[in-house]
Design a protein around this ligand. Structure first.
Ligand code: PBG
Length: 330
């Protein structure tokens, strides 16, 4: 036998051959598109740090929803920017709140489009934290209370389900949130509504542009007492174990690009669907370089997405979803 003994290049000789042996692919059905809905009327405003992503008031939303469904995208993740904020985030669980109202309208326009509701309080609280804040006099610091926050989170989830949300996606990283929400949904008759848990959510600088978009930056302190330390991987297993035990239907890893090892770990460990959240700064960085002409944006985006699939993700939340859908069609 001649040298080299092993010729891996045989399976790369033509596009057809490469297609035949391809292990992973990104499809339209993998995509979830985040949409920001804001109060007021006549608002369609581009988010400065996220070119191509907009705030929509509800009256401007229909055209966007039509575009999304025409592209074949079958799921959106809804974020609300409310008119009023208070210490308890009451606009998050107001039956006529921005997310609830938007959900009802979207369900009229596009009944088959899956509405995933982000369930959190940070856009709705005046302090910008994801739960109830208590000032600890002794320690001279603000604590985010776990169990008191759960009650508000449950109310939020139930009101979102009542408005027609198809999936509840709790993102606030309080302990026990999956169990509390599951119970709340079941008691309210929404036992069929799945929970997509932000199981492994790191305290990440990659959320910067989102916080500008959602007006949800904490007014003091940071989220490090509830979101995870980027240096930890074993802790991700503990977080996911808890969510699985509490009845989560899908497990999310967030952010995505710097955390593909975590995705792979969860994929190998659990049989539940794994969700990758390709977050705001991951979008902004690629978009900025693309707009400068420094990179081939389409190629970079598709390579990143197939990387998530290879790492074990079943679905991807991404601000590139509309672009990807158009590319897959074209
Ligand atoms: C709400 C929430 C955040 C994101 C999704 N849900 C912000 C945060 O936790 O600070 C970030 C999404 C993104 O950056 O695209 N808690």
């Amino acid at each position: 036998m001649s040298f080299p003994l092993i010729r891996n290049r045989r399976l790369r000789t033509s596009q057809a051959m490469r297609n035949l042996v391809r292990e992973h692919a990104v499809t339209l059905y993998d995509l979830i598109y985040p949409i920001f809905v804001t109060h007021g009327t006549g608002v369609k405003e581009e988010i400065a740090s996220m070119p191509g992503v907009y705030h929509f008031s509800i009256d401007q939303l229909e055209a966007e929803i039509r575009e999304v469904t025409a592209l074949g995208i079958q799921a959106i993740l809804l974020f609300g920017v409310p008119e009023t904020k208070d210490s308890e985030g009451s606009s998050a669980y107001d039956p006529n709140g921005i997310v609830q109202e938007a959900t009802r309208r979207i369900k009229q326009w596009a009944p088959d489009l899956l509405v995933v509701a982000d369930t959190c309080l940070c856009q709705f609280t005046d302090h910008g934290h994801c739960g109830v804040v208590h000032f600890n006099e002794a320690k001279k610091r603000a604590d985010v209370l776990n169990d008191a926050s759960l009650e508000l989170l449950v109310k939020t989830a139930v009101s979102q389900a009542e408005a027609g949300a198809d999936v509840i996606a709790p993102s606030n990283m309080m302990d026990g949130f999956v169990y509390a929400i599951r119970q709340g949904l079941d008691e309210a008759g929404f036992e069929h509504v799945p929970i997509m848990s932000y199981s492994v959510k790191y305290a990440s600088a990659f959320y910067g542009p989102f916080r500008e978009a959602a007006h949800s930056a904490p007014q003091f302190g940071d989220r490090k007492t509830y979101q995870m330390d980027p240096a930890n991987a074993r802790e991700a297993v503990r977080e996911a174990d808890a969510d699985v035990a509490e009845g989560a239907d899908m497990l999310m890893v967030k952010p995505a690009m710097a955390y593909m090892d975590i995705m792979r770990m969860l994929r190998d460990r659990y049989d539940l669907p794994i969700v990758a959240y390709n977050v705001s700064a991951e979008y902004s960085m690629v978009k900025a370089a693309g707009l400068q002409g420094w990179i081939d944006e389409k190629a970079i985006v598709m390579e990143t997405m197939v990387g998530f699939k290879r790492a074990g993700a079943d679905m991807i939340i991404t601000y590139f979803a509309k672009d990807i859908a158009a590319w897959l069609k074209g």
